[in-house]
Each structure stands twice: as structure tokens, then as C-alpha cells.
Design a protein around this ligand. Sequence first.
Ligand code: PMP
Length: 422
Amino acid sequence: MNTAPARRLDPAAAVAAPFDVERVRADFPILSRTVHGKPLTFLDSGASAQKPRQVIDAISRCYEAEYANIHRGVYELSAKATEAYEGARARVQRFVNARSASEIVFTKGTTEAINLVATSWGGAFLGEGDEVVLSVLEHHANIVPWQLLRERTGIVLRVVPTDEHGALLLDAYEALVGPRTRLVALTHVSNALGTVTPVAEIVRIAHAQGALVLIDGAQGIVHCPVDVQALDVDFYCFSGHKLYGPSGIGVLYGKEALLAAMPPYQGGGDMIERVTFERTTFAPPPARFEAGTPSIAGTVGLHAAIDYVASFDPAAVAAHEHDLLAYATERLSALNSIRLYGTAPGKAAIVSFTMDGVHPHDIGTILDRAGVAVRVGHHCAQPLMDHFGIAGTVRASFGLYNTRADVDRLIDGLDEVREIFG
Ligand code: PMP
């Protein structure tokens, strides 16, 4: 159950358009191409979503007409680029309802955002015996940075299990959080199963013990409304490329007082106040955490992607994705050689499955020949695969532009797999 209020539309954006999937598809040029002579059926948005014309055009416009380095130049173009960069920060702030734009740090993506918190906040404030709570659902991006920190500091990692449907066991979570817990670092939505975790409840339990909460929102930002103030999360991380924006740009949201107390993550240009060979003082957040030239066009593309997503009625998008999930689940369940993983109630539009006697890689290869792009393997969640006692799954993840016909083509492809493997 997600208790966050519905995502609010940007008042500056156009009035919410009714959701018309064919019009949406027309916005995505790549969807009209073929693969192996077949129409592309793209079911891998969970790995990275395709980009609408609006995002592609915004990035082209940036390079064609408004590009220069930011923050340093006194000339017109640099001022324009700086305005665009800081404008994107303000757009992200409104999108996640942060209190202030200085709570929005641009990173390369979710992975860098989590590493930033682990290195900077973890390195400064955690020591031997302090506990960080993770879950079995986590992507490697929310496991390995904490293991690296454990090697440096002697922290202890605790892992919340799930039930057989892939739902987080809240009682087990509550029992794990105690006086030594300093941070709970959990995913909002599992990339491998689609499980949506109850963030507000997770935060309530952690805060009651004085622990902070970091949410890996790489998938959550795409499928759920996110209001960081309503959820009261301390850190929220996401990537532009899963939200129909470019790769190489992502966001760390952090509460102002936390960011202000954190030491720099990397040193270089733009993050300083004053440098001498004896001593350097640092800029306040967010600049303190943005050393070097950032992905300027990436922020412009992210801004356009957020405007694009926010132009739809969130309830209509949710209904569309729910319909695809329900339809895919129904059609897959009707195939008796298929086993579904991740059937928690209220899950996001991601289906993960295995087929008796056929390796997921063989399924992926045969589906590709039919123009159907799915992800196969461990989905960067090896501990979760171990939990289910499998090496990997086939995963179909749905985006704004998918249709029931895409699900039908997936099922037709699976029929071919069954014919080949008898
Ligand atoms: N967490 C989750 C849940 C993810 O799905 C992903 C991307 N697959 C990541 C973290 C890492 O995101 P990125 O590669 O964009 O840094």
C-alpha cells in the first residue's frame, strides 16, 4: 500500500491530457523501427525507458542553441545554460515536492546517489557496530556501497526478508530495527519483481528508533507518486533514464540539514568556496556534491522528461499500467509451463517468470528474433535470486507506451519457445 498523495501536476504544464496510448506511442520515434524485420515490442523499460520526441528535441535544442559551461561564464550563453541547469533543479524540486531546490543534488544516477550517501554521510557518521538495514529485494546498487562502507568502518548490515510473493515482511523489518540502527536503505519498487514497499510505514518505524531512511527510487519514481515531504524520507535517489529522460543524470534528494552536515564526496571545480594550498573551504549543498562539469544537457533532458510525464493524468497512467500488468499476469498464468515470481498485492507493472526446462537466456534470444525485447538473468539482484533458489528470470517491464498487443506478442513468442523446446 502506498500512502503518498497523488502526484501533483506542474501548474505550468498543460492541462492533463486524457491518456491515449497511440498518441503516446507516436511521441517515441524508436517504437516505429523494426528488429530482425519485426515491429519492435519493447518490454525492458525497467532497465531503461525509451525517450519521447520532447526529450530528444530539448537535448538537441540545448546543444544547437543554448550550450556552454555553467556557473563560470559572464557571457550570455553561459548564463542561459546556467539558467537551464538550475531550472531543471527547480523542476525536480517541484516534481518530488522537496522543501527547497538546494535539497536536490544532481548525480550520474541512482548508483552514484547511493554511493554519495554511503561515502559521505556513512563515512562521516557511521562507525563500528552501527547497523544499516537493507532488504532481500535490493538491487546491487543498494547493497555493494554499504558493503564497501562495512569494510572501511565495521558497520553491520541487516537484511529484511520477503514472503513467497516477494512482499517485504513488515513484522520482520520492525523486529530488525533497533537502537543500533542508524540507517534503513530500502528500495521503493523492486526492479526484479515489481514489489512496491510501504515507504511511509518503513519511515515511521525507522524514525521511531532514531534511524534515517534512504529510499532507492530508481523504479519507484516511474511507477509511484513521490512526495518526499509527505513520505518524510531522509534521502531519495533516482535516475533520469528510467523516467523517459537521458542517461548520465540522476538525483539525490536529501533533507537540507543532513546535506549541510555532510562532507564532500568528490573534490574539484564548482564545489569549493575558497582554495589555497594550505586549506580549502567548501560550497554549501547542492554545489558541494557536484564537483566538475555535470551533464548539462542531461539536466535539460530530465526537465523535459518530467514535464512530459507530468502532462498525463497520474490516475490514468496508473490505470493503464495496472491493466497491462493484470493482462500480462492473466495470460502468463494460463501457460502451465510458466512460473511467476513476484505476486505481491499492489505491485508495479513488472512481470518476472521462468519457464520449465528452458534457460532464461534462450527465451530472451528467441523472443528477440520475434522483435520482443525483454531482460533475462539476475537483474542485478543476485541475493533475491538466491532467496528464490533460481539463477535468473525473464522480466517484462512496462512503460507508458506499451499495449495489450505487446503482451500478445510476448505470449506468441513464448509459444514459439515451447515449440522449439517441446
Ligand atoms: N536500483 C534499482 C531498483 C534499479 O532498478 C536500478 C537500475 N536497474 C538501480 C538501482 C541502478 O540505477 P542506475 O544504473 O541508473 O544507477
